[in-house]
Design a binder for this molecule. Structure first.
Ligand code: FAD
Length: 359
């Protein structure tokens, strides 16, 4: 059996779940083993959503000590489930939550864990391709384990064949044996984004670094993001200085994103930042330094002071938008925003047009 740990947000499958389930389907075909999803929390219409991904069974982990999001009891519960159902492999999204839960499960079960997998072939030994160095290189590796525990990157399931026709999902509750010693951490507060589109899935991200100069300087970036239907991101300098929350940070120790357009304002493009934005389709750098790595790698660049360039861009966009109010409603990623189309038509100042579209 191939177990796929799926995360949910407010009753909806989280972004990475579709990729995890796609990789699980590939392994299922290769090993002739069924796929079962594993989830914690309220059932909601999760079975219906999972049925659309070719999943026939859902194990719902149930225990009062699983409430509150602590990864340790979840990992312990998962290890017990692996043993109880005789799983061949357990997959989770390559997120902080997915990695924490699988790391704990691996430690409990005495199994190795392979993170950042982009491809898997059945074993043992299991043949893996993994991202290393923040995604800057790929490694071919073998995992010699009776049960493969792997986290899979967002694009890992891209080549999988579509899910078969929607199937009915049988739900089984699994009640693990847990005690208080299993709960080392607990969630004491959750902060919801007031509005707007999330960083990880935004089609446009307007990001600022040291060059923005202050927390107040981000007002212009917020306005540009709102006009383009996007989100605001930042470099670690901005979070270290307390200008932006860590949830806005792009990079190795922040969020990895792949928007259609990434606008990097006053960001040098250090490797730890670059690995977080290098999958953007188009990168526009605004920077005073023509030699900054972000400028030399960007699709387009404007060499100038962000405090002069952004107001000019905003004035032009406002003029082009006329009486149109910026829409607070997030657009689906596939639909290019009208203002982005205008940008492609040459609206934004462009310093270096030599770059090709990145994908
Ligand atoms: P700087 O490198 O100081 O660059 C500022 C840029 O702004 C320069 O290119 C400059 O020419 C330009 N500039 C200055 N003034 C203006 C102006 N008025 N107008 C236009 N341009 C201007 N960093 C991350 O971002 N994300 C991470 O996840 C991350 N993880 C890390 C993990 C580790 C283990 C380590 C060691 C570091 C990590 N870092 C991360 C930090 C990273 O190495 C860099 O220090 C950081 O990205 C630099 O941020 P910056 O580009 O804003 O600042």
């Amino acid at each position: 059996m191939i177990l796929a740990l799926v995360e949910q947000e407010d009753g909806r499958l989280a972004d990475g779940a579709a990729g995890v389930l796609a990789v699980a389907r590939v392994l299922s075909g290769a090993r002739n083993a069924p796929v079962a999803a594993v989830a914690v929390g309220d059932l909601g219409d999760l079975p219906a959503q999972l049925g659309g991904h070719g999943v026939g069974r859902l194990y719902l982990l149930r225990h009062p000590r699983l409430d509150g999001g602590s990864p340790q009891p979840r990992g312990d519960a998962l290890a017990q489930l692996v043993d109880a159902v005789g799983a061949d492999a357990v997959l989770a999204a390559d997120t902080v939550a997915g990695t924490e839960v699988l790391a704990r499960a691996a430690a409990r079960a005495g199994l190795p864990l392979a993170t950042h997998c982009t491809a898997l072939r059945p074993g043992p030994p299991w043949a893996l391709t993994r991202e290393r160095g923040g995604g800057s290189l790929l490694e071919d590796a073998e995992l010699d384990a009776p049960v493969a525990l792997c986290t899979v990157t967002p694009g890992a399931g891209a080549g999988a064949s579509p899910a078969p026709a929607r199937c009915d999902v049988a739900v089984s509750e699994f009640v693990p044996d847990l005690d208080d010693a299993d709960r080392c951490t607990r969630v004491v507060d959750r902060q919801r984004r007031a509005s707007g589109v999330g960083l990880a899935s935004a089609p446009v991200v307007v990001s600022g670094g040291r060059g923005v100069g202050s927390a107040e300087g981000y007002a212009a970036l917020e306005e540009l993001a709102a006009l383009l239907g996007g989100a605001v991101g930042c470099s670690r300098v901005a979070t270290n200085n307390g200008w932006r929350p860590h949830s806005d940070q792009v990079g190795l120790t922040g969020t990895r994103i792949s928007p259609d357009l990434y606008v990097a304002c006053g960001i040098s493009g250090a490797t730890q930042h670059w690995v977080g934005c290098m999958n953007a389709r188009t990168i526009l750098a605004i920077n005073t330094d023509p030699e900054a790595p972000m400028v030399t790698r960007a699709t387009y660049a404007v060499i100038g002071d962000v405090h002069e360039v952004l107001p000019a861009v905003l004035a032009e966009l406002r003029a082009r938008a006329g009486a149109r109010e910026p829409s607070p409603v997030p657009r689906p990623r596939s639909a290019a925003p009208p203002l982005l189309e205008e940008r492609r038509a040459g609206l934004l100042p462009v310093g270096d047009q030599a770059g090709e579209e990145r994908r």
